[in-house]
Design a protein around this ligand. Structure first.
Ligand code: GDD
Ligand code: MG
Length: 328
Protein backbone atom coordinates (compact mmCIF):
# COMPACT_ATOMS: atom_id res chain seq x y z
CA UNK A 1 0.00 0.00 0.00
CA UNK A 2 1.08 3.56 -0.62
CA UNK A 3 1.09 6.52 1.73
CA UNK A 4 1.02 10.07 0.46
CA UNK A 5 2.76 12.47 2.86
CA UNK A 6 1.55 16.05 2.55
CA UNK A 7 4.66 18.06 3.28
CA UNK A 8 4.65 21.29 1.31
CA UNK A 9 3.42 23.93 3.76
CA UNK A 10 5.49 26.95 4.77
CA UNK A 11 5.52 26.09 8.47
CA UNK A 12 4.91 29.74 9.35
CA UNK A 13 4.02 29.04 12.99
CA UNK A 14 7.44 27.46 13.45
CA UNK A 15 9.39 30.43 12.18
CA UNK A 16 12.22 31.30 12.52
CA UNK A 17 13.23 27.61 12.49
CA UNK A 18 11.36 27.03 9.23
CA UNK A 19 13.06 29.83 7.35
CA UNK A 20 15.82 27.34 6.59
CA UNK A 21 14.11 23.92 6.66
CA UNK A 22 10.57 22.55 6.41
CA UNK A 23 9.12 21.52 9.76
CA UNK A 24 8.98 17.92 8.56
CA UNK A 25 12.77 17.75 8.76
CA UNK A 26 13.12 19.21 12.25
CA UNK A 27 14.51 16.55 14.60
CA UNK A 28 12.49 14.78 17.26
CA UNK A 29 15.01 13.13 19.58
CA UNK A 30 17.71 13.84 17.00
CA UNK A 31 15.88 12.02 14.20
CA UNK A 32 14.14 14.03 11.47
CA UNK A 33 10.40 14.07 12.11
CA UNK A 34 9.81 12.54 8.68
CA UNK A 35 11.90 9.49 9.62
CA UNK A 36 9.60 8.85 12.58
CA UNK A 37 6.76 8.79 10.06
CA UNK A 38 8.75 6.28 7.99
CA UNK A 39 9.20 4.21 11.20
CA UNK A 40 5.44 4.13 11.75
CA UNK A 41 4.69 3.21 8.15
CA UNK A 42 7.22 0.41 8.00
CA UNK A 43 6.00 -1.00 11.34
CA UNK A 44 2.61 -1.34 9.67
CA UNK A 45 3.98 -2.88 6.50
CA UNK A 46 3.65 0.21 4.33
CA UNK A 47 6.85 0.78 2.42
CA UNK A 48 5.83 2.90 -0.54
CA UNK A 49 5.56 6.62 0.06
CA UNK A 50 5.06 9.67 -2.08
CA UNK A 51 6.30 12.94 -0.60
CA UNK A 52 4.14 15.86 -1.68
CA UNK A 53 6.52 18.80 -1.57
CA UNK A 54 6.60 22.47 -2.42
CA UNK A 55 8.36 24.81 0.04
CA UNK A 56 12.12 24.06 0.24
CA UNK A 57 11.49 20.86 -1.70
CA UNK A 58 15.18 20.25 -2.41
CA UNK A 59 15.93 19.88 1.31
CA UNK A 60 14.09 16.52 1.36
CA UNK A 61 16.76 14.87 -0.79
CA UNK A 62 18.70 13.26 2.07
CA UNK A 63 15.49 11.84 3.55
CA UNK A 64 14.46 10.42 0.19
CA UNK A 65 17.84 8.64 0.05
CA UNK A 66 17.43 7.54 3.68
CA UNK A 67 14.00 6.07 2.94
CA UNK A 68 15.35 4.14 -0.04
CA UNK A 69 18.30 2.85 2.02
CA UNK A 70 15.89 1.40 4.53
CA UNK A 71 14.06 -0.44 1.78
CA UNK A 72 11.18 1.89 1.06
CA UNK A 73 10.04 3.02 -2.35
CA UNK A 74 10.07 6.81 -2.16
CA UNK A 75 8.68 9.09 -4.85
CA UNK A 76 8.39 12.87 -4.76
CA UNK A 77 5.93 15.28 -6.30
CA UNK A 78 6.52 19.01 -6.45
CA UNK A 79 4.12 21.93 -6.53
CA UNK A 80 5.70 25.08 -7.85
CA UNK A 81 2.99 27.00 -6.00
CA UNK A 82 1.40 25.17 -3.09
CA UNK A 83 -1.84 23.55 -4.25
CA UNK A 84 -3.43 23.14 -0.84
CA UNK A 85 -3.86 19.85 1.00
CA UNK A 86 -6.27 18.31 -1.52
CA UNK A 87 -4.54 19.85 -4.54
CA UNK A 88 -1.34 18.17 -3.35
CA UNK A 89 -3.09 14.78 -3.34
CA UNK A 90 -4.47 15.41 -6.83
CA UNK A 91 -0.96 16.24 -8.02
CA UNK A 92 0.10 12.72 -6.97
CA UNK A 93 -2.77 10.94 -8.71
CA UNK A 94 -0.33 9.51 -11.28
CA UNK A 95 1.24 7.38 -8.53
CA UNK A 96 -2.07 5.94 -7.37
CA UNK A 97 -3.52 3.09 -9.42
CA UNK A 98 -6.77 1.48 -8.41
CA UNK A 99 -5.61 0.76 -4.88
CA UNK A 100 -6.76 2.10 -1.52
CA UNK A 101 -4.10 4.45 -0.10
CA UNK A 102 -3.13 6.29 3.07
CA UNK A 103 -2.57 10.04 3.22
CA UNK A 104 -0.94 11.90 6.10
CA UNK A 105 -0.48 15.46 7.13
CA UNK A 106 3.30 15.29 7.16
CA UNK A 107 3.65 17.16 10.46
CA UNK A 108 1.85 14.59 12.61
CA UNK A 109 3.78 12.43 15.07
CA UNK A 110 1.78 9.39 16.12
CA UNK A 111 1.99 5.70 16.84
CA UNK A 112 -1.64 4.97 16.03
CA UNK A 113 -2.64 1.57 14.70
CA UNK A 114 -2.86 1.95 10.93
CA UNK A 115 -3.95 -1.63 10.34
CA UNK A 116 -6.89 -1.24 12.75
CA UNK A 117 -7.89 1.90 10.86
CA UNK A 118 -7.68 0.01 7.57
CA UNK A 119 -9.88 -2.78 8.95
CA UNK A 120 -12.47 -0.13 9.98
CA UNK A 121 -12.32 1.46 6.51
CA UNK A 122 -12.92 -1.90 4.83
CA UNK A 123 -15.72 -2.96 7.20
CA UNK A 124 -17.61 0.25 6.50
CA UNK A 125 -16.86 0.08 2.75
CA UNK A 126 -15.90 3.70 3.10
CA UNK A 127 -14.79 5.92 0.24
CA UNK A 128 -12.63 7.78 2.76
CA UNK A 129 -11.85 7.37 6.45
CA UNK A 130 -10.50 10.06 8.75
CA UNK A 131 -8.60 9.26 11.94
CA UNK A 132 -9.80 11.23 14.98
CA UNK A 133 -8.02 12.11 18.19
CA UNK A 134 -9.31 13.95 21.28
CA UNK A 135 -7.79 17.34 22.14
CA UNK A 136 -8.45 19.94 24.85
CA UNK A 137 -8.92 22.86 22.47
CA UNK A 138 -10.47 21.77 19.15
CA UNK A 139 -10.51 25.32 17.78
CA UNK A 140 -7.01 24.91 16.35
CA UNK A 141 -8.02 21.85 14.34
CA UNK A 142 -10.59 20.32 12.03
CA UNK A 143 -13.57 19.22 14.09
CA UNK A 144 -15.38 16.10 12.93
CA UNK A 145 -18.76 15.11 14.39
CA UNK A 146 -19.87 11.56 13.57
CA UNK A 147 -22.93 9.40 14.18
CA UNK A 148 -23.02 6.07 16.06
CA UNK A 149 -21.55 4.04 13.22
CA UNK A 150 -18.76 6.51 12.56
CA UNK A 151 -20.33 8.24 9.57
CA UNK A 152 -19.06 11.82 9.31
CA UNK A 153 -21.79 14.41 9.87
CA UNK A 154 -19.79 17.54 9.20
CA UNK A 155 -16.27 18.90 8.86
CA UNK A 156 -15.64 22.20 10.58
CA UNK A 157 -12.11 23.51 10.11
CA UNK A 158 -10.88 25.64 13.02
CA UNK A 159 -14.23 26.66 14.55
CA UNK A 160 -14.36 29.68 16.88
CA UNK A 161 -13.42 28.80 20.48
CA UNK A 162 -16.25 27.09 22.39
CA UNK A 163 -18.27 26.42 19.24
CA UNK A 164 -16.94 22.95 18.44
CA UNK A 165 -19.63 20.25 18.64
CA UNK A 166 -17.05 17.64 19.81
CA UNK A 167 -13.44 17.53 21.00
CA UNK A 168 -12.64 14.78 18.48
CA UNK A 169 -10.55 16.32 15.76
CA UNK A 170 -9.09 15.35 12.42
CA UNK A 171 -5.76 13.71 13.24
CA UNK A 172 -4.52 14.32 9.69
CA UNK A 173 -4.38 10.60 8.83
CA UNK A 174 -6.67 9.42 6.05
CA UNK A 175 -7.46 6.31 4.07
CA UNK A 176 -8.95 6.96 0.66
CA UNK A 177 -10.22 5.13 -2.33
CA UNK A 178 -8.71 6.37 -5.61
CA UNK A 179 -12.16 7.73 -6.61
CA UNK A 180 -11.68 10.54 -4.07
CA UNK A 181 -8.95 11.99 -6.28
CA UNK A 182 -11.41 12.29 -9.19
CA UNK A 183 -13.38 14.76 -7.06
CA UNK A 184 -10.46 17.19 -6.76
CA UNK A 185 -9.98 19.77 -9.53
CA UNK A 186 -6.62 19.69 -11.25
CA UNK A 187 -3.99 22.44 -11.19
CA UNK A 188 -5.78 24.74 -8.77
CA UNK A 189 -5.43 25.30 -5.06
CA UNK A 190 -7.90 23.08 -3.24
CA UNK A 191 -8.26 22.36 0.45
CA UNK A 192 -9.09 18.95 1.88
CA UNK A 193 -10.45 20.52 5.06
CA UNK A 194 -12.41 23.45 3.66
CA UNK A 195 -13.61 21.97 0.36
CA UNK A 196 -13.10 18.24 -0.24
CA UNK A 197 -14.37 16.86 3.09
CA UNK A 198 -17.31 19.26 3.50
CA UNK A 199 -18.32 18.42 -0.10
CA UNK A 200 -18.16 14.69 0.59
CA UNK A 201 -20.43 15.20 3.62
CA UNK A 202 -22.79 17.36 1.60
CA UNK A 203 -23.06 14.75 -1.16
CA UNK A 204 -23.70 11.94 1.29
CA UNK A 205 -20.56 10.09 0.20
CA UNK A 206 -19.31 7.21 2.36
CA UNK A 207 -17.05 9.31 4.56
CA UNK A 208 -16.30 7.71 7.94
CA UNK A 209 -14.10 8.50 10.91
CA UNK A 210 -12.64 6.40 13.69
CA UNK A 211 -10.96 7.45 16.91
CA UNK A 212 -7.61 6.54 18.41
CA UNK A 213 -6.22 6.96 21.89
CA UNK A 214 -2.65 6.41 20.70
CA UNK A 215 0.02 9.07 21.06
CA UNK A 216 -0.65 11.97 18.70
CA UNK A 217 0.93 15.39 18.22
CA UNK A 218 0.90 17.97 15.43
CA UNK A 219 4.42 19.43 15.69
CA UNK A 220 3.45 22.69 13.98
CA UNK A 221 4.14 25.25 16.74
CA UNK A 222 7.25 25.76 18.91
CA UNK A 223 5.40 24.63 22.04
CA UNK A 224 4.12 21.47 20.38
CA UNK A 225 7.43 20.74 18.64
CA UNK A 226 9.21 21.04 21.98
CA UNK A 227 6.55 18.88 23.67
CA UNK A 228 6.96 16.17 21.01
CA UNK A 229 10.67 16.04 21.84
CA UNK A 230 9.92 15.87 25.56
CA UNK A 231 7.41 13.07 24.94
CA UNK A 232 10.03 11.09 23.03
CA UNK A 233 12.49 11.58 25.92
CA UNK A 234 10.04 10.43 28.61
CA UNK A 235 8.73 7.55 26.52
CA UNK A 236 5.21 8.97 26.18
CA UNK A 237 5.99 8.69 22.47
CA UNK A 238 7.88 5.44 22.00
CA UNK A 239 10.83 5.47 19.66
CA UNK A 240 14.12 3.64 19.48
CA UNK A 241 15.73 7.05 18.92
CA UNK A 242 15.77 7.27 22.73
CA UNK A 243 17.80 4.47 24.32
CA UNK A 244 16.76 4.95 27.93
CA UNK A 245 13.58 7.02 28.16
CA UNK A 246 12.39 8.61 31.38
CA UNK A 247 12.02 11.92 33.24
CA UNK A 248 15.10 14.01 32.58
CA UNK A 249 16.44 11.76 29.82
CA UNK A 250 19.06 13.23 27.49
CA UNK A 251 19.92 12.16 23.95
CA UNK A 252 23.21 13.13 22.33
CA UNK A 253 24.05 12.88 18.64
CA UNK A 254 27.56 12.37 17.28
CA UNK A 255 30.25 14.90 18.09
CA UNK A 256 28.57 16.30 21.19
CA UNK A 257 30.73 17.77 23.92
CA UNK A 258 29.44 18.19 27.44
CA UNK A 259 31.83 19.63 30.04
CA UNK A 260 31.92 18.43 33.63
CA UNK A 261 29.71 20.10 36.16
CA UNK A 262 26.80 20.81 33.80
CA UNK A 263 23.19 20.26 34.68
CA UNK A 264 21.27 18.61 31.85
CA UNK A 265 17.67 17.46 32.16
CA UNK A 266 15.28 16.51 29.33
CA UNK A 267 17.48 17.71 26.52
CA UNK A 268 18.10 16.76 22.89
CA UNK A 269 21.68 17.56 21.93
CA UNK A 270 22.07 17.70 18.16
CA UNK A 271 25.24 16.79 16.25
CA UNK A 272 28.31 18.80 17.23
CA UNK A 273 26.59 20.72 20.02
CA UNK A 274 28.65 21.87 23.02
CA UNK A 275 27.66 22.58 26.60
CA UNK A 276 30.39 24.22 28.66
CA UNK A 277 31.29 24.05 32.34
CA UNK A 278 28.61 24.99 34.83
CA UNK A 279 25.87 25.45 32.23
CA UNK A 280 22.29 24.43 32.99
CA UNK A 281 20.12 23.15 30.13
CA UNK A 282 16.64 21.88 30.77
CA UNK A 283 13.58 20.93 28.63
CA UNK A 284 15.27 22.12 25.49
CA UNK A 285 16.28 21.12 21.99
CA UNK A 286 19.66 22.09 20.58
CA UNK A 287 19.97 21.81 16.82
CA UNK A 288 23.36 21.01 15.27
CA UNK A 289 26.40 22.93 16.47
CA UNK A 290 24.59 25.04 19.04
CA UNK A 291 26.82 26.14 21.93
CA UNK A 292 25.85 26.93 25.52
CA UNK A 293 28.82 28.64 27.11
CA UNK A 294 30.11 28.53 30.70
CA UNK A 295 27.51 29.08 33.35
CA UNK A 296 24.70 29.91 30.90
CA UNK A 297 21.15 28.73 31.55
CA UNK A 298 18.75 27.51 28.84
CA UNK A 299 15.24 26.38 29.80
CA UNK A 300 12.20 25.48 27.67
CA UNK A 301 13.93 26.62 24.53
CA UNK A 302 14.76 25.56 21.00
CA UNK A 303 18.17 26.65 19.76
CA UNK A 304 18.59 26.83 16.00
CA UNK A 305 21.63 25.46 14.22
CA UNK A 306 24.88 27.15 15.22
CA UNK A 307 23.24 29.25 17.94
CA UNK A 308 25.55 30.51 20.68
CA UNK A 309 24.38 31.39 24.20
CA UNK A 310 27.23 33.33 25.73
CA UNK A 311 28.70 32.74 29.18
CA UNK A 312 26.41 33.49 32.10
CA UNK A 313 23.37 34.37 29.98
CA UNK A 314 19.97 32.98 30.94
CA UNK A 315 17.14 32.32 28.45
CA UNK A 316 13.76 30.72 28.93
CA UNK A 317 10.93 29.93 26.50
CA UNK A 318 12.85 31.08 23.40
CA UNK A 319 12.88 29.76 19.85
CA UNK A 320 16.06 31.03 18.24
CA UNK A 321 16.89 31.25 14.54
CA UNK A 322 19.95 29.48 13.16
CA UNK A 323 23.24 31.24 13.95
CA UNK A 324 21.73 33.51 16.62
CA UNK A 325 24.16 34.84 19.19
CA UNK A 326 22.74 35.78 22.59
CA UNK A 327 25.12 37.92 24.62
CA UNK A 328 25.11 39.13 28.22
N1 GDD B 1 2.16 19.77 -0.62
C1 GDD B 1 1.48 20.65 0.12
N2 GDD B 1 0.87 21.71 -0.49
N3 GDD B 1 1.45 20.50 1.46
C2 GDD B 1 0.76 21.40 2.19
C3 GDD B 1 0.10 22.50 1.62
C4 GDD B 1 0.17 22.65 0.20
O1 GDD B 1 -0.36 23.59 -0.39
N4 GDD B 1 -0.48 23.22 2.62
C5 GDD B 1 -0.19 22.55 3.77
N5 GDD B 1 0.56 21.46 3.52
C6 GDD B 1 1.04 20.46 4.48
C7 GDD B 1 1.76 21.04 5.69
O2 GDD B 1 3.16 21.16 5.43
C8 GDD B 1 1.47 20.00 6.74
O3 GDD B 1 2.38 18.91 6.67
C9 GDD B 1 0.07 19.51 6.39
O4 GDD B 1 -0.11 19.83 5.01
C10 GDD B 1 -1.05 20.15 7.20
O5 GDD B 1 -0.96 21.56 7.11
P1 GDD B 1 -0.91 22.48 8.41
O6 GDD B 1 -0.68 23.87 7.96
O7 GDD B 1 0.02 21.91 9.42
O8 GDD B 1 -2.42 22.38 8.90
P2 GDD B 1 -2.98 22.55 10.39
O9 GDD B 1 -2.12 21.86 11.37
O10 GDD B 1 -3.28 23.99 10.63
O11 GDD B 1 -4.40 21.78 10.28
C11 GDD B 1 -4.44 20.51 9.68
O12 GDD B 1 -3.97 19.50 10.56
C12 GDD B 1 -4.77 19.31 11.75
C13 GDD B 1 -4.16 18.13 12.51
O13 GDD B 1 -2.84 18.36 12.79
C14 GDD B 1 -5.88 20.23 9.25
O14 GDD B 1 -5.88 19.06 8.48
C15 GDD B 1 -6.80 20.05 10.47
O15 GDD B 1 -8.08 19.66 10.05
C16 GDD B 1 -6.22 18.98 11.38
O16 GDD B 1 -7.01 18.86 12.59
MG1 MG C 1 -0.25 21.01 11.30
Amino acid sequence: MKALLIAGGFGTRLRPLTFTRPKHLLPIANRPHLHHVFDLLQRHGIDEVVLLTSYLAETFEASVAHGRERGMRVEVTHEEHPLGTAGALKNAQGFIGDETFFAFNGDVLTDSDLQAMLAFHREREAEATILLTPVDDPSAYGVVPTNGSGRVQGFIEKPPPDQAPTNLINAGVYIMEPSVLDRIPEGVEYSAERALFPDLVEEGARLFATGTDAYWMDIGTPAKYLQANMDALTGAFQTDAVGDPGEGAVVAAEGVSVAEGCRLSAVCLGPGTRVETGAHVERSVLLAEAVVERGARVVNSILGKGTRIEAGVSIEGETLADETRVGG
